[in-house]
Design a protein. Structure first.
Length: 469
């Protein structure tokens, strides 16, 4: 039986950190100790230690954790040890890294290569060959000054930054040793991939946003989950009971409540069948009435696309996003990680190159079209970028697995801006009124050191660099 006991939060957190280190080593090529300190040490630390670090803006106390890391390059396995507990994760190629309950445990699916048939359409030229800002009417000095600002403080860990105006790549910067080929941790920006996969399924006629009666497990005569619509799920408002505290107005330092690892992150650190875990949850609030930032909804959305577009076949679905979305956009570096049962964990475990994310942002800037093909409906673009005001009445900033700027979350940007967002302030920002897409990628620890303020200042400079009507 796979999985870590949810009532053992210390082991769940350690297992989660093990997975992140394993992925960082074998996907991105980073040093394991560097990954621990800049991306995931807070996962292994106690809630008390994390809260202290956040309150003080100083993670140095966390660095004293006596975590031991053992990397086996032959079996592509990582073991972490802390306070007598051990955790394991193994790299399985194109499905990324999977948590194991023991070093010799078998996973519950057969890993499968994901062929990439996307052609290099030379959309932006070779890495480092950026366009002429003056030709699009932008101020190149202000654009470069904004990029300089983002890379100025090494502790903020800006690893990659792109500015795309009118489809042309004007700024492309990386922090050494990273470059245009690096596949970066992207965290919850994967939720926007889940939304896009729903859009692809809708464009194909496999799904519609107003469809209900979604899963066989919900079809009992008196089961209130029958009324959950696709749009409720993508608005993060399914209403399912799902323990968590990772929303905008919630305490991010907490990983467990009453000794139980939060459902919201247990799907990451528990090594369980994440789709079944979510589908089996009971209803807590009427669908569409209570917006909450919970991982159950993007996981359900992805499970639903698999069911409708790939006939429910796990093996077929492992290659489906690449074939039906990424290849069409020329995205050649995406890794969508799975749980031990082969279910995509793209509510947060996804890796991609900066240009891949730029292309996905450009798809939305182009109203869901790529060349002559409509990849997702224009109506889906409108849906994801519009606040779900009824569900999120207390603070209507959330759209369809995208954040919106309707409530000035990012004051320097126009209100029509919307963005993919992930931990560590990963961002793909789309500003329709400026025909602008920006990509910023980094590490989790960077957000402690004033990163948000720096990003706001950089955004202001970029807006000022845009051509005036």
């Amino acid at each position: 039986m796979l999985g870590i006991d949810q009532n053992n939060p210390e082991l769940c957190g350690l297992s989660w950190a093990t997975k992140v280190i394993c992925s960082g080593v074998f996907i991105t090529g980073r040093d394991p100790k560097e990954i621990l300190t800049s991306s995931c040490i807070w996962m292994a630390a106690s809630d008390h230690m994390v809260k202290q670090a956040i309150d003080k803006g100083d993670p140095s106390a966390l660095l004293e954790l006596p975590v031991e890391i053992d990397v086996d390059h032959d079996t592509k396995t990582v073991q972490l040890s802390l306070n007598g507990k051990k955790a394991w994760a193994r790299y399985f190629g194109d499905q990324g890294t999977v948590i194991l309950p023991s070093p010799d445990a078998e996973i519950a699916f057969t890993p499968k290569p994901v062929p990439v048939s996307a052609k290099d359409d030379n959309l932006w030229g070779a890495p480092g060959e950026t366009g002429d800002a003056g030709r699009t009417g932008c101020d190149p000095e202000k654009l470069n000054a904004a990029a300089d600002l983002l890379f100025e403080n090494d502790l903020q860990f800006t690893n990659a930054f792109l500015v795309i105006h009118k489809g042309e790549l004007l700024i492309e910067r990386y922090r050494a040793p990273f470059n245009a080929k690096t596949q970066f941790e992207s965290w919850s920006m994967g939720k926007s991939i889940a939304s896009t996969l729903v859009g692809v399924a809708c464009q194909r006629g496999d799904l519609s946003l107003d469809e209900a009666d979604l899963f066989a497990e919900w079809r009992g005569a008196d089961d209130p989950r029958r009324d959950i619509k696709v749009r409720n799920i993508v608005n993060m408002a399914s209403g399912l009971e799902f323990l968590g505290s990772y929303g905008v107005e919630e305490d991010h330092s907490v990983k467990s409540i009453d000794g139980r690892f939060l459902d919201h992150i247990y799907v990451y650190g528990g090594g369980v069948d994440s789709y079944t875990f979510c589908i089996d949850k009971p209803l807590q609030d009427p669908p569409g009435t209570a917006g909450r930032y919970r991982n159950c909804d993007p996981l359900l959305a992805t499970a639903l696309v698999r069911q409708r577009s790939a006939g429910g076949d796990i093996q077929d679905f492992l290659t489906w996003p690449q074939k039906h979305l990424f290849d069409k956009l020329g995205m050649t570096g995406m890794v969508l990680e799975t749980d031990p049962y082969g279910h995509f964990l793209i509510s947060g475990h996804d890796y991609g190159r900066a240009r891949d994310w730029g292309r996905l942002g450009l798809l939305y800037a182009q109203r869901g079209a790529w060349g002559r093909e409509q990849i997702i409906p224009e109506a889906h673009v409108d849906f994801v970028s519009t606040p779900a005001k009824e569900a999120w009445a207390h603070n209507p900033y959330y759209g369809g697995f995208f954040y919106t700027n309707a409530t000035n979350l990012t004051p320097a940007l126009p209100k029509d801006a919307y963005f993919m967002s992930g931990g560590g302030k990963q961002r793909v920002t789309i500003v329709p009124s400026l025909d602008l897409v920006m990509v910023r990628l980094g590490h989790m620890a960077g957000q402690i050191f004033g990163l948000l303020e720096t990003m706001d200042d950089a955004n202001k400079m970029i807006v000022e660099a845009m051509p005036r009507a």
